[in-house]
Design a protein around this ligand. Structure first.
Ligand code: GLY
Length: 370
């Protein structure tokens, strides 16, 4: 356990803010905050929104670290509110991984709740059903022109499939996850460790049609959150499979990420965008930080410090400059960016989720939800 005072202080500040918000936002599935700093609510029509599991997941991380009931109650409520999404089947997409694995999956892991097991198993089947057998990839989204779309983000959804195999002793889910990971390794990850966001495959043959810029600046640029999804996602594929190729890929992306951000440890939204305007994406840094802490646990001893220290640098730099500890607002981390061309410098539930996950690790709780 890291006893460093700044980690303790950070955890206490997080706990102070979130214990209040866990009550005030209990009937919500928050994504971002309004001009007054109050959380919005993605229930109702928006219930299939991809980020709707992070709220419960963050509450479970806090519960596991503090054992305060307020967090457990809100986590369970968030999972119930998400049930509405199970009925909107046409609206479901590959992010069922984020949505249920961090809510129902976390509940099952921490409490053994049977209903949560069922929910997470349904979600795993939805994700497995999106695998294109001819193309060899998991389809990301549902648009008619998007049959061939696979995106780097999906590397964070496939842990749901590893979980299903491990929990039910059924290798099929893991086979799908690995087939997708192998194809992603080949066509998304570039020689220098940067990654493509969207690869459009021919859905009949699996051949690459084109790379698309997606949420980054351009097709050949380097969307920082995509780098972070890849870094953490391949680390998780290694943890679940122990296949060396996934570890090497995670390290390659991590080394690229560290080199791109180490000037001031404040990630730009795209590492290869023009110098102006300066657009940050704090979420990329916090996802990467939590991924680096996980990576540091599985690399050989002499490599651990580099990844661990990089994670500390990211968390310190981001929280020193972009954390809001005010008692009048709901979210903590500012300056997250949805995409290079939209949603600049806002609060986003997953920025806070990955901050809490990383600090939970630094505190030595190591609550593993993936
Ligand atoms: N998975 C969508 C995003 O990172 O914005």
């Amino acid at each position: 356990m890291s006893n460093e005072k700044w980690v303790q202080d950070l955890w206490e500040k997080i706990d102070k803010k979130l214990s209040r918000v866990s009550v005030s936002a209990r009937e919500k599935l928050p994504y971002t905050t309004d001009e007054k700093g109050e959380y919005d609510n993605k229930t109702g029509k928006a219930v299939t929104w991809w980020t709707n599991g992070f709220w419960s997941g963050m509450m479970w991380l806090m519960y596991d670290g503090t054992k305060k009931d307020t967090y457990r109650i809100t986590a369970e409520r968030g999972e119930q509110l998400l049930d509405e999404a199970l009925k909107q089947v046409e609206g479901l997409h590959h992010d069922v991984g984020f949505m249920w694995h961090l809510s129902a999956g976390a509940n099952y892991r921490l409490t053994g709740n049977r209903e949560s097991l069922v929910r997470n198993f349904y979600a795993a089947n939805v994700l497995a059903g999106r695998y294109n057998l001819k193309g060899g990839y998991i389809r990301a989204w549902n648009g008619s022109g998007q049959k061939g779309f696979a995106i780097i983000d999906c590397m964070m959804n496939i842990p749901l499939l590893y979980w299903a195999s491990e929990t039910f002793g059924d290798e099929r889910f893991k086979s799908i996850a690995m087939a997708h990971a192998d194809k992603t390794m080949k066509y998304h990850v570039r020689e220098d460790g940067s990654v493509n966001h969207i690869v459009n495959y021919d859905p009949q043959t699996g051949e690459v049609v084109e790379n698309l810029g997606g949420q980054g600046y351009a097709p050949d640029s380097s969307w920082s959150r995509g780098q972070a999804w890849g870094l953490y996602g391949f680390t998780l594929s290694y943890i679940h499979t122990k296949e060396e190729r996934y570890l090497q890929t995670a390290k390659k992306i991590a080394n690229y990420f560290i080199a791109a951000v180490c000037d001031d440890w404040l990630p730009k939204c795209d590492f290869r965008a023009p110098a102006e305007p300066v657009i940050y994406d704090t979420s990329a840094g916090l996802i990467a930080a939590s991924g680096l802490l996980e990576l540091a646990k599985v690399v050989p001893e002499y490599e651990q410090k580099m990844y661990y220290n990089a994670a500390l640098n990211l968390i310190k730099a981001i929280t020193e400059r972009f954390a809001d500890w005010s008692e009048d607002t709901d979210a903590i981390i500012t300056h997250g960016t949805e995409a290079y061309n939209r949603g600049m410098h806002k609060t986003m539930i997953y920025s806070d989720y990955y901050l809490v996950e990383a600090v939970n690790k630094l505190m030595g709780f190591n609550t593993f939800l993936w």
